[in-house]
Structures are given as C-alpha cells and as structure tokens.
Design a protein around this ligand. Structure first.
Ligand SMILES: [Zn+2]
Ligand SMILES: [Zn+2]
Length: 365
C-alpha cells in the first residue's frame, strides 16, 4: 500500500484485500466446514460483487460529463475485470471533496485490513470460524457502498457548477425525465404506464438510499450519496403514487406535468390520527435534494417548477429576472408550503397552461 493514496488506489487496495480473503478461504481445508464458514465465503463474494457493480455504475456517471472528459487528470479506468485491482481512479488532482473521500476510504481500508487479518489468523489456527465475522463483512460492504457513492457524488458536485443536486437526486431526476419523455412519445399515458413509472421512481429512491421510521411519527429518507435526510412529519407510510388531479382525471393531464401543471402531491395518512393529508410525493423531493452543508444532516431542496420556469425562453417584456438559485428550502415542510402557495394546479388559469410550451427538462416532472 503505497504512500500516494487516491480514491482509485484505495478502492483497489480494498478490492485486493477482499480478493485475499476469498483466496485464503478458497485454499482452506473444507472438510470440517459448517454453515458459518460457507456463509462467510458468500458474504465476501457479495461484498466483491457489490463493490464491482457500484464502481461500474458510478464511474460512467462522473466520467461521462462532457467537460469532464477533457480533464485528463481525473480519470477512471477499468483494468482487466479479473484483476483484483479492477478499480482505479487516477485522481492526481485533488478535486474539492477528494480529501474527504480519501480520509474516509483510508479508514475503511484499515477496517478491511483488520477484518482480513482476522480471517488469515483463523486459517492458520483452524477450528470453527467466528460467526460474528459475517456481520462485520456485511457492515463493511454497506460502508464501502456508501463511501463509493459519496466519493462519486463529491466528484460530480465539483464538476457540476450549474446544478446543486446531489448525484443521488440527479439519478432519480434523470429517471423521471426519461419516464416523462417516453409517455410523451407514446402520445398519451395509459394509467398503467403512469403507475409503473411512479413505482420505478420510488424504486430508484430506494436504490440511492432508504426510507425509515424517524422518531415516533416521522419518516426520513436517507441518501447514500450525501447522508442528507429528508423528513416527512407524522406519516404512516410513504405513498406510492401522486394524487390524481381532481379536475381532470384524463390520461392527457397525466401526460404533461409541466410547470403549468405541476403534480407534486401524494395523499398520505398521518400516523398520529390516521387522517388523510397532502404530502410532497417522495420521489419529487428526493430528485431535488441538495447535499447538506458540512456538519448538517438535513438535505436542502430545490423547487423543480421554479427552476423549470426560469429555464423557459424569456418574454421580450420580461424584466430579465433570472432564476434565483437562492430559492432553496431547508426541509420538506418548507418545500411543501412553497408548492401549496405557488404550484397548486387549480390556482392556475387554464389559458396560461395551454399557451406555454411544455418542456422535457430534467427539472420538470
Ligand atoms: Zn443525496
Ligand atoms: Zn417553485
């Protein structure tokens, strides 16, 4: 393990340690093995598989940005897939946040090292394996996943000056945009298609993080990429679809949730009294979150509809007021209040919604 660490060399070190552990177990005398030993092998294999999959999924995201490709100083390259050093990120330049990623991965490498050392010692001494180690492997796998997500997010953030979105948010946003444009292409949204794409949005949320009970009554989404928390207060469970627009339940209205037809509401149930209440549809909030500032835990939020409006072509007599990037919200409740005041469909004149062009911009749902 050399003196010059980068995100890539550290990930490669960890991959090598995992490969070592598998090699040790592979060479061990298996005649007296029980379920614990086999479970340990499976756990290590899973950790390698997830690390490899994460790397393969995340590296194009930070490499694929057009202006990123011109920066040869920061480049992911994939070595032979059979090589334990399949992970290499040559960050010779310290991007903002790279220090943080390196600190984090160094600590993680030390934990992996100790873990594999334990397995090595066991292989020499023999006897039954310590069944607790499987749990350690699972915990390390989870932490490695989060560290890879965070490292990619930091590179993404430093590279995306125009967007404040967390990389996790970007992934949900991109899926929403794809769903929207495919519904447009099909010339109308079948109800089934719309339901399915909403479930896909939720599925993507659970891929980039997770929902969990928070305190007695709240639900929090916690992002793997930024550790930011989004909190829905007093909620029994996460609604899986948007509330159908009351006025028109036709597929056409589901087709174009533009700035003039914003669909952000879902119907939730309070945990305290089991009453129905409108809440911000979870994937909408997740797709628009901003990584918390250092030391903070709550993720900030952008309003996708204000952002979309700002990107529409401006009228000539417009006073030229650009989009205010300061228009950020501290938490889900603040975003919801804004949405209720500014983007509730019934408050908009019908003529206006017909006059403005629709957009398939990422920021629009
Ligand atoms: Zn995030
Ligand atoms: Zn807004």
């Amino acid at each position: 393990m050399g003196g010059f660490d980068s995100v890539g060399t550290l990930l490669a070190d960890i991959a090598t340690l995992l490969a070592d552990a598998l090699r040790i177990l592979g060479l061990a005398d298996k005649r007296h093995w029980g379920a614990d030993e086999h479970e340990q092998v499976t756990a290590l294999e899973e950790a390698v598989d997830e690390a490899k999959m994460d790397f393969q999924e995340l590296s194009p995201l930070v490499n694929g940005q057009s202006h990123y490709e011109h920066d040869r100083k920061r480049r992911f390259s994939l070595l032979s897939p059979r090589s334990p050093a399949f992970l290499l990120l040559s960050t010779s330049v310290l991007t903002p946040g790279a220090d943080e990623s390196i600190e984090e991965l160094r600590a993680l490498r030390a934990r992996f090292y100790a873990h594999v050392q334990g397995l090595k010692d066991w292989s020499r001494s023999g006897g039954p394996i310590n069944p607790i180690w499987v749990r350690d492997t699972h915990a390390l796998q989870k932490d490695l996943h989060r560290s890879q997500c965070r490292a990619a997010r930091r590179i993404f953030t430093s590279d995306q000056e125009s967007s404040k979105r967390c990389l996790g948010a970007f992934l949900v946003c991109r899926l929403q945009r794809q769903g929207l444009s495919s519904r447009r292409r099909n010339g109308g949204a079948a109800e089934g298609d719309y339901q399915r794409s909403q479930l896909e949005e939720l599925g993507m949320c659970t891929k980039i993080g997770g929902f969990e009970r928070f305190g007695d009554e709240d639900i929090a989404f916690i992002c793997d990429f930024c550790d930011g928390h989004l909190v829905w207060e007093d909620l029994e469970s996460v609604p899986t679809s948007r509330t159908s627009p009351e006025a028109t339940n036709s597929p056409a209205s589901l087709l174009s949730p533009t700035t003039t037809n914003p669909q952000w509401q879902a119907t939730g149930t309070t945990l305290s009294g089991l009453r129905e209440k409108p809440v911000v549809f979870a994937p909408l909030a997740v797709a628009n979150h901003i990584a918390p500032l250092h030391g903070d835990w709550q993720a900030g939020l952008l309003c996708p509809f204000c952002e979309g409006e700002a990107q529409q072509p401006q009228d000539e007599d417009d006073d030229g007021e650009p989009y205010h990037p300061d228009n950020e919200f501290d938490d889900v409740a603040a975003l919801q209040e804004h949405l209720e005041w500014q983007h509730t469909p019934t408050a908009l004149p019908v003529a206006l919604s017909a006059a403005l062009p629709s957009t398939n911009n990422c920021q629009i749902m």
